[in-house]
Design a protein around this ligand. Structure first.
Ligand code: SF4
Length: 160
């Protein structure tokens, strides 16, 4: 098991850090199994799953092997949620990456909408959803020297 493992994908233009990557013995060899840790509980949308899938895509590129599944551990429920990296989830992760690079190319962050979940979000100090006026973008001249992308899908960091 590896913790705090740096990740990257040259194809997707992603970098980030995996909380945990487990290595299990399988019938056909070693199985790589990423695990993401969250404080809260499973969400109605697929953002956490897309984030985990993006990690898996990075690992696949780094290790040159297929990764079929991973899990998200939620602190509030103290349970693991199994996540299968199917075609739809892979497409969603790739689409989120494309959106990300479109925002970077435009020099803008996505809209930051202040919601209840922001209060327990580890990115609030960087995202500043209230200071930005609720529904405003941070343009390049107002942004810090790095950009956290997490409004809807990804919780990976990107230096621009
Ligand atoms: S990234 Fe920003 S807008 Fe999204 S939940 Fe965190 S603080 Fe709120």
């Amino acid at each position: 098991m590896l913790t705090v493992l740096p990740l990257r994908s040259m194809e997707l233009g992603l970098s980030g850090v995996a909380d945990v990557v487990e290595f299990h013995e399988g019938r056909e060899g070693e199985i790589v199994f990423p695990v993401e840790y969250k404080l809260g509980q499973p969400k109605a949308d697929a953002c956490d799953k897309v984030q985990l899938c993006a990690q898996a895509l990075c690992l696949e590129e780094m290790l040159s092997r297929r990764i079929e599944a991973g899990a998200i551990f939620y602190g509030r429920t103290r349970r693991r949620l199994a996540v299968a990296f199917d075609a739809a989830l892979r497409d969603a992760a790739r689409a989120a990456c494309a959106d990300l690079h479109a925002f970077i190319a435009a020099g803008r962050t996505p809209l930051a909408r202040y919601e209840k979940r922001c209060r327990s979000c580890s990115l609030e100090a960087t995202c500043l959803p209230q200071a930005c006026g609720g529904n405003h973008c941070i343009t390049e001249d107002k942004a810090p020297n790095y950009l956290w992308i997490s409004p809807k899908y990804l919780i990976l960091s990107f230096r621009v």
